[in-house]
Design a protein around this ligand. Structure first.
Ligand code: SF4
Ligand code: SF4
Length: 451
């Protein structure tokens, strides 16, 4: 066994008095923590890869598993926090950069939580939702300078709008970064609730195109899966320039994850690395962006709204002014807490600004320039609770992106990419192992067979 300077972060306890040996945990753990020993006819544990996702504990039919934090601590030192020591050990051990998922988990202030909503008690009467009809229907897209109403109806041709039953959407996650099952779950949920899911940069799987009216198709720097049919298949098109978890950084899907299905959907050879360059090589100026926006509009007969997604950074207000003037219908701003499948840890935790500040700056700038009506703002990165959604809406975002992750990759903080050859897996990951393991039939049905 090789020398390992790091003890497991979590301890997996199995109560053998309860364990019936069904091996659900063996099949369900994406990190190969549980294994079955034929000679001993028993399930054992190698907890060095456990990320405390709770999957095995929840799916164990006899609730025989408990996961707890390893109480073994580093010697106290205010300058050398356990986190810093672990990160340095991990980096030294792997020789690679530290990759991680989710959004920034540092204890930076959440400004939404320091804002109170100013209620209007004398202007608008309060609404009793039990007795008075109420709706949260939202239309995203540019609006004209003046709205003309004739005989109680809108007498105006609006630019193409994206219609949502509630002002919330799923944030973009590509097929490849997440599995087909996870993509389909999002598509079906969006369709059932009247909102949108977003293909991310992974193309649009042919089986999911029936959900096109609830789908935003993304055009990112790698242009994976982009052709006229793809653009036509969605309800809106999003040009992704940046994302909050890694502003200015591209993407990389390792070749081992590019299965035949992913290769067909992304239109790249199976087994080849899918690299998304940091910049769009066809956008080096605001004029280039305008050209791309209008190329996409032209390709779809001006029937679909075009959104531009950017990360929240210091000059976001000026950028949004340019994007609005370039003809975008929607601007999605992603703050530094925005999620990701994988990003360098140092970037995720140290780059970007809170979306609260970005939204305020953008809203103010667009109002001052008299072009606020030309675009809807979509806000992402840190809307973890309903109250933050309300406050974000009050501050000017027409809609919020909500990360639908199951938090199963939340425990994958310091991924030794070199050791594993790939980013460690959450349950919706598209890794071949998870794809195989996390099939519904792999869970209880087999439990009952074997018990
Ligand atoms: S899932 Fe099955 S094998 Fe694993 S601990 Fe529970 S009962 Fe035992
Ligand atoms: S990684 Fe998740 S599924 Fe695997 S042992 Fe740890 S808690 Fe269980």
């Amino acid at each position: 066994m090789s020398l390992n300077l790091l003890m497991p972060e979590f301890i997996v306890d199995r109560n053998y008095e309860r364990c019936i040996g069904c091996q659900v945990c063996v099949r369900q753990c994406a990190n190969l923590v549980h294994y079955y020993d034929e000679e001993e006819n028993r399930v054992f544990t190698d907890e060095s890869n456990c990320v405390n996702c709770h999957r095995c504990a929840c799916l164990c039919p006899t609730k025989a598993i408990t996961i707890r934090r390893n109480p073994l601590e580093f010697k106290e030192n205010a300058n050398w926090t356990p986190r810093a020591i672990r990160e340095i050990y991990k980096q030294a051990e792997t020789g690679g950069i530290l990759l991680t998922g989710m959004g920034n988990d540092r204890p930076y202030p959440v400004y939404w939580d320091h804002m109170l909503i100013n209620a209007s008690q004398v202007t608008n009467p309060s609404i009793d939702p039990l007795r008075e009809p109420m709706e949260l229907k939202t239309f995203l897209g540019g609006k004209p300078d003046v709205l003309r109403i004739k005989e109680g109806k809108l007498d105006e041709e609006l630019p193409p709008q994206l219609e949502l039953e509630i002002p919330v959407m799923f944030s973009a996650m590509s097929f490849g970064s997440i599995s087909y099952n996870a993509c389909e779950a999002l598509a079906r949920a969006a369709s059932g609730t009247g909102i949108m899911w977003n293909t991310g940069e992974g193309g649009f799987h042919k089986n999911l195109r029936k959900y096109g009216s609830n789908t935003i198709v993304q055009v990112a720097s790698g242009r994976f899966g982009v052709d006229p049919d793809y653009l036509e298949a969605g309800a809106a098109i999003e040009i992704k320039i940046g994302q909050g978890a890694k502003p200015g950084i591209g993407g990389h899907l390792p070749g081992e994850k590019v299965s035949s299905d992913i290769s067909e959907t992304r239109m790249i050879p199976a087994g080849s690395d899918a690299i998304s360059p940091a910049p769009h090589h066809d956008i080096y100026s605001i004029e280039d962006l305008r050209q791309l926006i209008y190329s996409l509009k032209e390709a779809t007969d001006y029937k679909k709204p075009v959104s531009v997604k950017i990360a929240a950074v210091h000059n976001v207000a000026a950028m949004c002014s340019g994007i609005a003037r370039a003809g975008a219908d929607i601007i999605a701003i992603d703050g530094y807490r925005g999620g990701t499948g994988a990003a360098p840890l140092r970037i995720r935790d140290n780059v970007g600004i809170p979306v609260e500040f970005a939204l305020a700056a953008v809203d103010t700038r667009l109002r001052e320039e008299g072009i606020r009506n030309r675009v809807s703002l979509v806000c992402a990165g840190g809307h973890k609770e309903q109250r933050r959604h309300y406050k974000s809406g009050g501050a000017g975002s027409g809609c919020r992106l909500y990360c639908p992750v199951c938090t199963d990759c939340h425990g994958m903080p310091y991924v030794p990419e070199v050791l594993h050859g790939q980013v460690q897996l959450g349950d919706c990951d598209a890794g071949p192992l998870v794809d195989k393991e996390a099939q519904p039939g792999n869970c209880f049905e087999k439990t009952y067979e074997s018990s």
